[in-house]
Design a protein around this ligand. Structure first.
Ligand SMILES: [Zn+2]
Length: 436
């Protein structure tokens, strides 16, 4: 940390304050306009539905009224008519099923992207009362969070409210698992796979870790000038390396090139996926099936969660309190300092407002600088990704941790934003006291 924060010109600060203010204002105005547009789209969709009521039964023919109206609007707006058709349907769904969201958008409290998240996730709730309860909570969250943060919150809340438990839904959803291929252009093609979130996240994490290990070796060799013949041209991005590794693994069962063999015990093959399995205590004990997730992001079914809890020692395993959602126990095969595990478990991801970098890829930052007497204690430590750790160290951004674990950020221009720790559960506690 530099001794003194860099000094900025006051006149520049005045310009920036004005710019940020104007941007906030235009964001609000855009949201209001989007509200207007959605109401108009919904009105057009209603006309289309009314006109197709009397049409014969063939779907093709019933859709003609809608197609014609979508084309009419598309030509007027210079939009693709298929896009218009999709937007008409989405707009009517918002107006009919998510009135609180449309109101918040029209008031400029949330953006169109937040509204899309609420519709996208909330559409799974068929019961109007449940959906209204869901909507009210998520709109409040959306007013103070990014679209991505709102999506994670909405999905956790959906798990709590959905009448069928995720175990039941997973059972039928898992039947849809498959691998497919599509031809692309320029000699390329695409391979897709759908399977349980635990497996897919673990696969992606392992590929990412392997790709990073390869890059570390390539960089180190370039620095000392000791260039291995295989690594000479290794200027691949992480994305490209992940793709190469996946192809190697499927086609030959192992990476074709392993530059880490000399430096990493066991080479690339020894790298195991590392994701956090978060399981509420009642689910761990088998009393209920709700609330388990991977990294606090992907809800998973209770059977998978319990199986991982019992038999996947390389993964972080967190058991959370059934009511408060705070962490009760952390267990891990490879030992690391308990405090570090606690902070990563509490934070789930980087604590800069809106950042979702997983905690295990973050640095542990002393909110109050250690060199200036800040204690190494949970009340002074937080996960920050590389980008936001550097931002805090190198610029006048200030972070202060409050007693409840919230972090209050103050920008160079004096704007305040508070990041609250994840609670893992998004629901209101049930009145019965838990057996703890
Ligand atoms: Zn970050």
């Amino acid at each position: 940390m530099p001794d003194r924060p860099p000094v900025f010109d006051d006149r520049e600060d005045a310009v920036l304050t004005e710019v940020v203010g104007a941007l906030v204002e235009s964001e609000r105005a855009l949201a209001e306009l989007e509200g207007v547009r959605i109401v108009q789209f919904a009105a057009a969709m209603r006309v289309a539905l009314r006109r197709s009521e009397h049409r014969p039964r063939a779907i093709q023919e019933r859709e003609m009224a809608l197609r014609s109206i979508a084309a009419e609007i598309g030509v007027a707006l210079r939009w693709n008519d298929r896009t218009v058709q999709r937007r008409l349907g989405e707009a009517l769904q918002l107006v009919d099923d998510f009135p609180t969201t449309v109101q918040a958008l029209s008031d400029g409290r949330i953006s169109a992207r937040h509204a899309a998240v609420i519709r996208d996730v909330g559409t799974e709730l068929v019961d109007p009362t449940l959906r209204a309860a869901f909507e009210a909570r998520v709109v409040t969250r959306a007013a103070s969070d990014t679209a991505a943060g709102t999506r994670a919150f909405a999905r956790a809340l959906l798990e709590e409210l959905h009448p069928a438990s995720i175990t039941e839904r997973f059972e039928s959803a898992e039947q849809q698992r498959r691998v497919w291929m599509e031809d692309g252009v320029d000699g390329m093609a695409r391979l897709g796979v759908i399977d349980g979130a635990a497996k897919i996240r673990a696969m992606y994490d392992r590929l990412t870790q392997q790709a990073r290990a390869i890059r570390v070796v390539a960089r180190a060799e370039a620095e000392v000038g000791d260039i291995h013949p295989d690594a000479v041209q290794d200027r691949r991005t992480t994305d490209q390396t992940r793709a190469d590794l996946l192809c190697d693994l499927v086609l030959t069962g192992q990476p074709a090139v392993d530059p880490t063999a000399g430096t990493l015990p066991g080479g690339l093959g020894a790298i195991r996926a590392n994701v956090s399995v978060i399981v509420p205590a009642l689910t761990a004990a088998g009393a209920t099936d709700r609330g388990a997730s991977i990294d606090g992001l992907s809800p998973i079914d209770a059977d998978t969660a319990r199986r991982l809890l019992a038999g996947a020692p390389a993964w972080d395993q967190l058991v959370t309190h059934p009511v408060t959602g705070s962490v009760l126990a952390v267990d891990r095969y490879r030992p690391s300092p308990a405090l570090q595990r606690f902070v990563r478990a509490r934070d789930v991801h980087c604590r800069f407002p809106g950042c979702r970098q997983p905690a295990r890829r973050c640095d542990l930052d002393h909110n109050h600088d250690h060199a200036r007497g800040g204690p190494t204690a949970r009340c002074n430590l937080a996960c920050l990704c590389k980008r936001h750790h550097t931002l805090k160290t190198e610029t006048p951004w200030v972070a202060r941790q409050l007693p409840d674990g919230s972090i209050q950020w103050t920008s160079p221009l004096g704007r305040r934003a508070t990041d609250r720790p994840e609670r893992y559960v998004a629901f209101v506690p049930e009145p019965d006291p838990p057996p703890f």
